[in-house]
Design a protein around this ligand. Structure first.
Ligand code: NDP
Length: 340
């Protein structure tokens, strides 16, 4: 299948790209600069040479017409995978930095496909558990029927609300678009919680590490003795399982019209610290222990978010890796940055 993948320079997208190429698809990916595109081609010399991998520059996804040219290709696209969206908690202006790129990026892309790429049969969107979980009910068991209740007013207050709202409103916008316009394509949406695992994308410096893996680096590098990101929602998925989920959501007709709550399991910062200390004796001194003044974080006493991932197993056929495999492979991929 010929596929347009947005945001190819990202942590998750690099794994989605790898999985799609391995499964014999032909991919054009969007990036913000030609330099980022070149790094992707360099990572896949064979596919760049034989024409099954290419890139196109789309610099500002907050513009509603940003994807108008990118969706047109020869031979034409049959599917689109949309991963590009800001994921960080540094925002000072939620509207500009989070909401506009997420919402306009998603709806603008669907509009472009609708207008200019009638051969596309499936659009897969990387949404988030942020569009599913309700922070006021932290012990409920969640599935695809659940939606984050964040309001337009809350969306403007603080980076965490801004991110949550950006994912919720973008996903709602996508379902509404499909319902109203009845396009040629069907939609499938992946809703992952915290995505952890090995880094495959081009990373010039550890200071640019993607948001979700930062806690692993903090724990393995000694930084967590001073500060570590809060454990958050206590749910994770391995990036390789999520990438396979995206590929299967492209390939399986029965995935159309469905959300997939793609959760591998529960985790706490304390468990990550234990896995790192047990599996990498050479890092043990750097890893915080429960005796440290700043504890890496255990589960809350009242219980944590429950999950039902059965739809992703039954419809897509995804099997989930364990936290241990995820963390061990993530640490291995980050060890080259230790002395830098
Ligand atoms: P990354 O930051 O590694 O990737 C984000 C991608 O989106 C990059 O390609 C980035 O481009 C692109 N992007 C961000 N903002 C813009 C913008 N304003 N204009 C154009 N492109 C932009 O994060 P992830 O790989 O983790 O995230 C990918 C997707 O997965 C996002 O939709 C995110 O919301 C979702 N997600 C991630 C989770 C996680 O734990 N990692 C959990 C749940 C959902 P560039 O490289 O040029 O910055």
């Amino acid at each position: 299948t010929r596929i347009l993948l947005t945001g190819g320079s990202g942590f998750i997208a690099a794994h989605v790209l790898e999985t799609l190429l391995q499964r014999g698809h032909s991919v054009v990916t969007t990036v913000r600069t030609a330099q980022k595109g070149k790094h992707i081609l360099d990572a896949h010399p064979q596919h760049s040479r034989n024409g099954t991998l290419n890139f196109v520059v789309v610099d500002d996804i907050a513009r509603l017409t940003a994807f108008d040219d990118a969706v047109v290709s020869d031979p034409p696209f049959e599917a689109v995978v949309h991963t590009a969206s800001p994921y960080h908690f540094k925002s000072q202006d939620n509207k500009k930095e989070l909401l506009e790129p997420a919402i306009n990026g998603t709806v603008g892309l669907l509009e472009a496909v609708f207008k200019k790429a009638p051969t596309v049969k499936r659009v897969v969107i990387t949404s988030s558990s942020a569009a599913v979980l309700d922070q006021s009910q932290p012990t409920k068991v969640y599935n695809e029927d659940d939606w984050c209740p964040v309001t337009e007013e809350q969306a403007l207050v603080g980076p965490a609300n801004g991110y949550r709202a950006s994912k919720t409103f973008a996903e709602r916008g996508a379902w509404k678009f499909v319902e109203e316009k009845k396009p040629n394509f069907s939609l499938a949406v992946c809703n992952p919680p915290l995505v952890l695992g090995p880094v495959l994308h081009y990373l010039d410096s550890i200071s640019n590490l993607n948001t979700s893996n930062q806690r692993i680096w903090a724990i393995m590098s000694g930084a967590a003795k001073k500060s570590v990101p809060p454990t958050g929602n206590h749910l994770f998925v391995d990036v390789r399982d999520l990438a396979l989920g995206h590929a299967l959501a492209v390939e399986k007709p029965e995935a159309g019209g469905k959300r997939f709550f793609m959760v591998g399991g529960k985790f706490s910062n304390k468990e990550i610290a234990e896995i790192v200390a047990d599996s990498f004796p050479e890092l043990k001194d750097k890893v915080p222990t429960s005796e440290d003044a700043l504890k890496p974080g255990d589960y809350p006493a009242g219980g944590s978010y429950g999950f039902d991932n059965s739809r992703s197993k039954e419809v897509l056929g995804v099997q989930y890796r364990s936290l241990k495999e995820t963390i061990v492979d993530a640490v291995k991929s980050l060890q080259p940055f230790e002395e830098k």
